[in-house]
Design a protein around this ligand. Structure first.
Ligand code: M6P
Ligand code: ZN
Length: 184
């Protein structure tokens, strides 16, 4: 990766956009294999059109050591067998911190260190801090898309196998007056 020069990023909190744009990642339901509690319901959702669950819009800052990439993630509103739509979730192999700033909608930042679970309610203006060593997943617990800005060390990496192996401690389910966390 060639060195990157200083540059300005236009951040539109209202529109939840970053300009200039780098790569966009789109994750459909099929990409969340093994993550929802109800595997049959997940499979049915994949068969029923494999909807987009979330997308991640990055800036051109590369994910390499010592750089500081940013992205905006938009999670669609929805549930699968009552479980709110969410990101895959990951652990940083290099155990580095990260921050999330909520921009739109109603979400949650679920963190798990292998023993303890933590949940931060995320509404526009909330910064959720993810300490080193805590796997993290974002959940949309509202009826609108949930959008947040992430800023993270470029060398942190994404370990998705850790979440498949250890889980995330809790899951967020839709109930009449919002959401409820249940044992994994
Ligand atoms: C945030 C950041 C990214 C991450 C994305 C989606 O934007 O934490 O590093 O890739 O959320 O989450 P996941 O990688 O778990 O699918
Ligand atoms: Zn991360």
């Amino acid at each position: 990766t060639p060195p990157i020069s200083p540059f300005a990023i236009q951040f539109d909190a209202e529109a939840a956009t970053l300009t200039p744009e780098g790569p966009t990642l789109t994750r459909r339901m099929s990409a969340l294999d093994g993550l929802f509690k109800d595997h049959d319901a997940w499979q049915q959702a994949v068969a029923d059109g494999d909807p987009v669950v979330y997308s991640v819009q990055s800036t051109p800052v590369p994910e390499v050591d010592r750089e500081l990439p940013q992205s905006i993630t938009s999670i669609e509103a929805g549930t699968t067998a009552g479980e709110f739509w969410m990101t895959k979730g990951h652990q940083h192999p290099n155990h580095q911190g990260e921050i999330y700033l909520a921009l739109h909608g109603t979400g949650g930042l679920l963190m798990f260190d292998g023993t303890e679970t933590q949940w931060i309610d995320m509404v526009p203006g909330t910064i959720g801090y993810i300490p080193p060593g805590w796997a993290h997943r974002s959940v949309n617990v509202g009826a609108d898309p949930y959008k947040f800005l992430a800023v993270y060390p470029g060398g942190a990496g994404h370990d998705y196998g850790w979440v498949l192996e250890h889980g995330m401690g809790k899951r967020a389910y839709a109930v009449t007056d919002g959401f409820e966390l249940r044992e994994f």
